[in-house]
Design a protein around this ligand. Structure first.
Ligand code: IMP
Length: 426
């Protein structure tokens, strides 16, 4: 029986999940996305090529793997088509390997328009969304007037739903000359899209259960990070989906016994894009150095990421809410040159020491990090493939993290390429 694993980001996204999913996909038969949409940016470097995927599971790059997009994902037809074309140009044949749930909600051009207008309206309180229409699409889903993949195949129903949107979103759409507000055009485009996606539409929950019964291994690919979870993250500075393990169950329609292991991806330091609390953020030369060395610019939006030291308090929270069994530590090599590396072991707030993330955002905004300073290893870790080949001080850094979190380390990434990896379990 294959092992079903969840790969989840333990910080604010951009932990390097793409590479980890790509590596673990080699041991899986199926890769499934359960939440989020084209706001994600999963970078995989394989066979001398760089792939950035937003919506389609990263596993598609590996020949023969089956990929599923679950009902919890919000599917943007335009982004989907673009990605299919990108894969085709790269020589990746997706035919017969890519499947989509009929219950997935669509992200339509007007959602992106609403995203932009709402972000503007928030003024200084803006969230810094990716402008991919994610929030507005999930709003429609939860309000129960979303348009789902299944609606594409019933033109009258599709038309009626779009007409309802016209009335609902009149304040955004009426009189707008923006082409994203043109619902007649959207309708025509969707009818065309229906024929492209039709052969890919299957009951994802049922297919995964059958595959599981047949002994196949499933990899559940998370997007964004746990601190961006709509329920358990730094709300309202969050994305609009459940990015955590719970999202696997609702976003694909699988039971808890179809998860054998939860792997949390932890970048060796912390980054965040968009607004919101970030206790260990460095707004000095050290932060700039991490950004440069780590090439910390958004894969989806190109925005410079905010950078800071590792935050163990946030990681304790995300290890707990996900039930993380083991962590995969990425981008360790980015810290190679530092004289000292710091780890935030607690927060300080009004003279009190906090070991856990305070649930009130106002409090989290005010906390000061309490650091433990460790000496830097000052030697090049790039490409090291054995744990005992790492400098002693780098091992100390990793062991300190694992001991605090009470988890094992299953993998350490020492570069962008597949082979620049320490598979600790081997
Ligand atoms: P949205 O998901 O576009 O609504 O953006 C909400 C917040 O989540 C913003 O702070 C984004 O920068 C952040 N976000 C969304 N997707 C990602 C991602 O894949 N990586 C990192 N941050 C993300």
């Amino acid at each position: 029986m294959g092992k079903n694993r969840v790969v989840i980001g333990c910080q604010w996204g951009d932990e390097g999940k793409g590479k980890i999913v790509d590596l673990l996909a080699a041991e899986a038969d199926i890769i499934a996305r359960f939440q989020g949409g084209a706001n994600a940016g999963h970078t995989v470097v394989a066979g001398g090529s760089k792939y950035i995927l937003h919506l389609i599971p990263s596993g598609i790059i590996q020949p023969g793997k089956l990929c599923y997009i679950g009902n919890g994902v919000v599917l943007d037809p335009a982004a989907f088509l673009e990605e299919l074309a990108f894969l085709q140009a790269k020589g990746v044949d997706h035919r017969g390997r890519l499947f989509v749930s009929p219950a997935a909600n669509l992200v339509l051009p007007y959602h992106k328009l609403v995203d932009v207008v709402e972000e503007r309206a928030r003024g200084t309180e803006s969230l810094g969304t990716t402008m991919r229409g994610i929030g507005p699409a999930y709003v429609d889903k939860v309000a129960r007037h979303g348009i789902r993949v299944a609606d594409l195949f019933v033109p009258d129903r599709l038309k009626a739903r779009l007409d309802y949107q016209r009335r609902l979103k009149a304040k955004y759409l009426e009189g707008s000359t923006d082409e994203r507000a043109d619902l007649d055009r959207i309708y025509r485009d969707l009818l065309e899209f229906a024929e492209i996606i039709r052969p890919m539409v299957v009951d994802v929950s049922y297919e995964l259960m059958r595959a599981h019964r047949d002994g196949k291994a499933i990899l559940y690919e998370g997007a964004q990070g746990s601190m961006l979870d709509i329920d358990l993250g730094t709300y309202p500075f969050a994305t609009s989906s459940n990015t955590t393990t719970g999202g696997v169950l609702t976003g694909l329609g699988v039971g808890p016994r179809m998860i054998d292991e939860v792997i949390g991806v932890v970048k060796a330091y912390t980054t965040r894009v968009g607004a919101g609390p970030f206790p260990t953020e460095l707004v000095d030369a050290a932060g700039e150095r991490i950004r440069t060395l780590g090439d910390e610019y958004g894969a989806t939006t190109g925005r410079p990421r905010r950078c800071g030291w590792l935050d163990l308090v946030a990681l304790r929270h995300t290890v707990r809410i996900n039930g993380v069994d083991a962590i995969a530590v990425t981008k360790l090599d980015v810290l190679d040159e530092f004289d000292e590396v710091k780890i935030c072991v607690a927060y300080e707030l009004g003279g009190a020491r906090l070991e856990q993330v305070p649930l009130d955002l106002a409090a989290l905004n005010q906390v000061k990090p309490v650091y433990r300073s460790l000496p830097g290893w000052k030697s090049d870790c790039t490409g090291i493939t054995r744990f005992d080949g790492l400098p002693g001080l780098a091992r100390e850094y990793l062991n300190f993290i694992a001991a605090d979190l009470g988890v094992s380390i299953c993998l350490v990434s020492t570069g962008a390429k597949r082979e620049e990896t320490i598979m600790v379990r081997n």
